[in-house]
Design a protein around this ligand. Sequence first.
Ligand SMILES: NC(=O)c1ccc[n+]([C@@H]2O[C@H](COP(=O)([O-])OP(=O)(O)OC[C@H]3O[C@@H](n4cnc5c(N)ncnc54)[C@H](O)[C@@H]3O)[C@@H](O)[C@H]2O)c1
Length: 218
Amino acid sequence: MSQARYRAAIIGTGGIARAHARGWSSRPEVQVVAAADIRQEALDRFLEEFPGLTAYTDVAQMLAQERPDIVSICTWPGSHAPLTVQAAEAGVRAILCEKPMATSLGEADAMIEAAQKNGVKLAIGHHHRFNPRNTEARRQIAQGAIGTPPSGPDGHRRGADQQRHPRDRPGALPPGRSGGGMGHRTGGTSNGPLRTGRADRRLLHGPDRFLRRGPDGR
Ligand SMILES: NC(=O)c1ccc[n+]([C@@H]2O[C@H](COP(=O)([O-])OP(=O)(O)OC[C@H]3O[C@@H](n4cnc5c(N)ncnc54)[C@H](O)[C@@H]3O)[C@@H](O)[C@H]2O)c1
């Protein structure tokens, strides 16, 4: 017999939605019941991997019919704010929205306001901030061990390779699909480590190589 007490739904069934579906499914108290996407082909592929979910191309219809307790918002950044507000107003109790939170401060404020007004727990998926690689970078930066970061760009995992992908060229994504700014290059915004010039190249390779010397021996 299912122990699930919470019904979860995924909005946006692309790449990262798989991690959300697997994550919620790993919790005995949660049952993933539905998925929504504006693209039928994305839904079809998702349901091949996660059979048994009810699929919707209309988010409002999904919220009304499924009455989920939890919603993961895994869509492009431009829709994070409107979907968060919509879900909060529809009675969802907890929302896990992917990063970037929104594409403007005003949108972010509207999300927080909707969550507070409707008693909703709202969390943003900045999980890389808790990655040991990044917390170690933060610690070392705070200690002054590896210099002062001149900027905080993206590409925390794939670095230069990511930028070679056609969709990662500057301006390749319209602002509603990317996060704006650095997001034009990578389709999101940074939640990785700050760069500190030379040291970051070693940070990018993970904790095991964190303290190794670079190729030039420094
Ligand atoms: N936290 C992380 O590590 C991490 C990793 C990858 C992506 N992300 C973030 O997750 C989000 C999605 O990225 P992705 O790589 O999965 O993108 P993706 O393009 O693979 O998937 C997004 C899906 O959302 C759907 N969609 C767009 N607008 C919608 C709407 N209004 N209603 C319903 N569905 C809609 C699209 O059709 C698409 O299938 C982005 O904000 C990205 O920055 C976070």
